[in-house]
Design a protein around this ligand. Structure first.
Ligand SMILES: [Zn+2]
Length: 64
């Protein structure tokens, strides 16, 4: 699993059809649609208060 302060992560919630995304700032969001999840993650940094470019690593982790 990648580590770092710029990592965004999406994990599948076992026993459900839901995905949980987590931003590097700690914000989380649950959605069943992966595309909607990425839309949220990529739009989310707007709330970080900076004009940082979107260079976060994309991580799709699955629970084994
Ligand atoms: Zn964030």
């Amino acid at each position: 699993m990648l580590r770092g302060n710029r990592v965004m992560r999406i994990v599948w919630l076992p026993g459900t059809d839901l995905l949980q995304g987590e931003c590097h700032c700690g914000a989380t969001h649950v959605d069943e649609d992966p595309a909607a999840m990425w839309d949220w993650l990529l739009a989310h940094p707007v709330g970080h208060g900076g004009t940082e470019s979107v260079t976060e690593e994309r991580v799709l982790a699955t629970v084994r």
